[in-house]
Design a protein around this ligand. Structure first.
Ligand code: SF4
Length: 299
C-alpha cells in the first residue's frame, strides 16, 4: 500500500494535521505537516484549524497538545510510545517532595506526564529552563524529572535547586570519551549538545541547545560540518534542510526506541480508525494548563 498517499487522502477527508517530532523516523518526518520539538508542535496543534491532530512522538507530547487544545481530537498512533524519563516520576513523588520542602516551587520539564504537570507550579522547556528558574519567585526550587537539565540550570542560577534523579537514557548514554574521539576525527566542527546530556559532555560542547535551537544554529552557522549530541533522528531533518552541510553524531548514533515505534502504517491506522485518542480528566487538563501557561510569565 502507498501509505504516504493514503495518509494524505485521509488527512484531507478528516480535516486532520500531522505533527512529527524531530526524533521520529525519516519516512514519518516526510509526511508531517509540521516537524519540531514537543512544545512547538503543541502550539501548532493549538493554532491550527484542523479538528484532528495526529501526534507522532511520545505520550507526554500528545498530552501537551491535548492540554493546550482540549476541544480537539488528539491521536497518538502508538499507544505504547511512552517516555521512560517522564515515567520516572509520579504525582505522588512530587507531593512527597513538596512536603519535605514546603517553601520550594516545583518546576517540571515539559517531558513529564500530564498528572505530574498538574501538581507543578510551572513547566519549562530545555530552551527556557534557565529563565524560568531564574525568574520564578522562590530561592528554593524542586526541579523534575531530569537531573542533567537541572544541573545545567544550576550553572547559571544562584538558587537552591533540589534535583529529582531522573534522566533520559538516550542522552545519558552519550559518553565523553566517544565525543572527544569524534571531535578529534572532525577538527573544527562545532559540537552541539542537548542539555539532557551529562555534565561532562556539556563541559566539552561548543553549544548547548534544544532541538529547535540546533536546527536554527545549523541554518545560520557558516560552518560546513557539525557534530550533534542528541537523538540521531534529528540528523535527517538537519541534512534535508541543509543539503550543502554535513552532520555527524558525536559518537555512535543514539536511538530512542520509543520515538522509533511509529511507522507509516501506524499513522495510517490512526487516521482511519481515529485511534489512540488522548483522553485526560478535566481537572488534570486545567491544572496542567495552569503550569504550562505560568511558564510564559517567566520567559
Ligand atoms: S529521547 Fe529521551 S526524553 Fe525523548 S522520548 Fe526518548 S527517552 Fe524520553
Amino acid at each position: 500500500m502507498d501509505y504516504a498517499k493514503k495518509i494524505k487522502e485521509l488527512k484531507e477527508e478528516k480535516n486532520g494535521v500531522i505533527l512529527v517530532h524531530n526524533y521520529q523516523r525519516g519516512e514519518v518526518q516526510d509526511i508531517g505537516d509540521y516537524i519540531g520539538d514537543s512544545l512547538g508542535l503543541s502550539q501548532q496543534a493549538r493554532d491550527t484549524d484542523a479538528e484532528m491532530i495526529v501526534f507522532c512522538g511520545v505520550k507526554f507530547m500528545a498530552e501537551t497538545a491535548k492540554i493546550l487544545s482540549p476541544e480537539k481530537k488528539v491521536l497518538i498512533p502508538r499507544e505504547d510510545a511512552g517516555c521512560p524519563m517522564a515515567n520516572m516520576i509520579t504525582p505522588e513523588d512530587v507531593l512527597e517532595m513538596r512536603k519535605k520542602y514546603p517553601k520550594a516551587k516545583v518546576v517540571s520539564y515539559v517531558n513529564t506526564n500530564a498528572d505530574v504537570k498538574a501538581v507543578s507550579d510551572v513547566c519549562c522547556t530545555s530552551a527556557n529552563a534557565v529563565k524560568v528558574v531564574e525568574n520564578i519567585e522562590s530561592d528554593e526550587i524542586i526541579f523534575v524529572p531530569d537531573r542533567n537539565l537541572g544541573s545545567y540550570v544550576k550553572r547559571f542560577v544562584d538558587k537552591d535547586i533540589i534535583l529529582w534523579d531522573g534522566f533520559c537514557y538516550v542522552h545519558d548514554s552519550i559518553k565523553k570519551e566517544e565525543v572527544l574521539q569524534a571531535k578529534k576525527n572532525l577538527p573544527g566542527a562545532p559540537l552541539l549538545v542537548h542539555p539532557e546530556c551529562t555534565p561532562e559532555v556539556i563541559d566539552i560542547a561548543d553549544e548547548v541547545l534544544s532541538t529547535s535551537g540546533m536546527i536554527e544554529f545549523a541554518k545560520k552557522s557558516p560552518a560546513k560540518k557539525f557534530l550533534i549530541g542528541t537523538e540521531e533522528g534529528i540528523l535527517y531533518g538537519l541534512k534535508k534542510q541543509n543539503p550543502e552541510k554535513e552532520f555527524y553524531t558525536a559518537g555512535t548514533p543514539k536511538i530512542c526506541s520509543n520515538m522509533k515505534l511509529t511507522r507509516l502504517e501506524d499513522v495510517y491506522a490512526a487516521l482511519k480508525d481515529e485511534k489512540y485518542e488522548i483522553i485526560l480528566p478535566e481537572d488534570i487538563i486545567s491544572a496542567s494548563k495552569k503550569a504550562l501557561e505560568a511558564m510564559l510569565k517567566y520567559v
